[in-house]
Design a protein around this ligand. Structure first.
Ligand SMILES: CC(C)(COP(=O)(O)OP(=O)(O)OC[C@H]1O[C@@H](n2cnc3c(N)ncnc32)[C@H](O)[C@@H]1OP(=O)(O)O)[C@@H](O)C(=O)NCCC(=O)NCCS
Length: 225
């Protein structure tokens, strides 16, 4: 019998509902995960129940759960850059983060998905893609062959990432964007919804529109240089 993995969820946000729903669907076929606790630094959430799971306390309690696995539920356009910092603070090895993959995702067998990723319904991933740890690929997004998706990157819904694109660490790509073939987007950059990116984007840029334009430069933390 397969081991049922106990899961501690980091972050009491809407991502909890989305990801716990994926876990529910996975469990319908075979009981694989059991969410045992949620941790969040917002003290107003402490003691509250989300889908019957209690927000037990701050993120630093993570190390108390010695036999559990972890799922990151923190990640939005604004918070995307702090996840590395949180990971350093809680001091949990990356190997203890599971990747949660919706069964409707179509993923070529050659794809390498590292720990802690979330792959939402309807995602299609072509051959020889690498999805680095903690990346989030949202609903109905397509990733073309030989693309690389960086650590902590957030590729939101209905995005087309074409072949051989390289997306840097903690990059955020807004909904309905298209990143054309061979393009590179540097660490920490943010791409607005509906943007067509057809030239390389430097690290720490806020870029949007069609034709795309550089709006501003973002100051990046040291671990994103
Ligand atoms: C880029 C974004 C963050 C801008 O938000 P904002 O700072 O509040 O910007 P505003 O709405 O005040 O708009 C400022 C200007 O930029 C324009 N603009 C905003 N977003 C734009 C976009 N994605 N593409 C083109 N122009 C955009 C607005 O039309 C406005 O133009 P104006 O000054 O000529 O009137 C937001 O529009 C966006 O794209 N968010 C991504 C959300 C997303 O995809 N989430 C994923 C969910 S799965």
């Amino acid at each position: 019998m397969t081991e049922v993995k106990k899961i501690v969820f980091l972050g009491a946000s809407t991502a909890f509902y989305e990801v716990s729903e994926i876990i529910h669907i996975i469990n319908l076929k075979q009981k694989t995960y059991e969410i045992i606790a949620i941790l969040d630094d917002n003290i107003e959430m402490h003691g509250k129940l989300m889908r019957g799971v209690k927000v037990e306390g701050a993120l630093t309690l993570a190390s108390n759960y010695t036999d559990a696995y972890f799922v990151f539920g923190i990640g939005s356009m604004k918070t995307r850059l702090i996840r590395q910092e949180i990971l350093n603070k809680i001091n949990i090895d990356e190997s203890r983060f599971v990747s949660i993959i919706h069964p409707s995702a179509v993923i070529d067998r050659s794809v390498n998905i590292e720990n802690g990723c979330i792959i939402h319904p309807g995602v299609c991933i072509g051959n020889n893609v690498i999805i680095d740890s903690f990346a989030i690929i949202a609903v109905n997004t397509a990733i073309g062959p030989y693309a690389y998706i960086g650590k902590f990157a957030m590729i939101t819904s209905l995005v087309a990432v074409l072949s051989s694109v390289k997306i840097g660490k903690s990059v955020f790509i807004g909904s309905c964007s298209c990143i054309t073939e061979n393009i590179e987007i540097g660490n920490g950059s943010m791409i607005g919804a509906g943007t067509v990116v057809s030239r390389n984007i430097d690290k720490g840029c806020f870029f949007l529109g069609n034709p795309g334009r550089l709006i501003s430069r973002i100051e990046l933390p040291k671990d994103h240089q």
